[in-house]
Design a protein around this ligand. Structure first.
Ligand SMILES: [Zn+2]
Length: 200
């Protein structure tokens, strides 16, 4: 499974800190809950496009000796399964959906230069996810008055901070900020937001 690695700093600083396996070693297993530090278990690599970075980063993996499952520590500026960083995606969505810039202008707002079609894909997923996001983010922040769910979700994300919201979504509800891509879900489970609980 993937858990988020809270990280403040540049991509460069992130890669430097990866050398030390103890620095962010989980003290217990998030899967079987055994209270035993996990064993460093190599890395996997993935591509990342950030405002000042376009390349490959390593993601550290740990192994639980008790249940033999692995846990990888995804830096929280990265969205699972998406190549562009959270910052790049947020800049684009805010420019297009919040400020009403054209697709081309919004693509230029979110460096590095990219085809705007990539942004259209994020917009589709964000729109599909907006209502559920508003409901979930209400646990973090008062819902903002807005004409629709898309604007409300954006206003809430801008207030909480996108990375703080992402951390919450991922840790608390295992939700993806843009919705899990078709066929992919955390831990092989179908991703869903729980409906408001009604007393049994
Ligand atoms: Zn375990």
């Amino acid at each position: 499974m993937q858990i988020l690695h809270p990280f403040v700093g540049s991509v460069q600083q992130y890669t430097e800190q990866l050398a030390d396996p103890d620095r962010y070693r989980p003290g217990h297993c998030p899967q079987c809950q055994i209270k035993h530090p996990l064993t460093a278990h190599g890395f996997y690599v993935r591509t990342l496009i950030d405002t000042a970075f376009d390349g490959v980063i390593r993601v550290r993996r740990y192994l639980c000796e008790a249940c033999r499952r692995t846990v990888s520590l995804l830096p929280d500026f990265v969205l699972p399964y998406l190549r562009s960083s959270l910052t790049v995606i947020a800049l684009f969505l805010v420019a297009r959906l919040f400020r009403g810039q054209t697709l081309e202008d919004a693509a230029r707002t979110a460096p590095p230069t990219m085809p705007y079609q990539r942004g259209q894909f994020w917009i589709r997923r964000f729109r599909a996810q907006a209502e559920a996001l508003c409901a979930t983010l209400a646990a973090l922040i008062q819902p903002a008055p807005a004409p629709d769910f898309v604007h409300r979700a954006l206003a809430m994300l801008q207030s909480t901070g996108w990375i703080a919201a992402h951390r919450f979504l991922f840790a608390g509800v295992r939700g993806h900020l843009l919705g899990w891509p078709r066929g992919l879900a955390p831990d092989g489970r179908r991703a869903a937001f729980s409906p408001a609980t009604t007393p049994a």
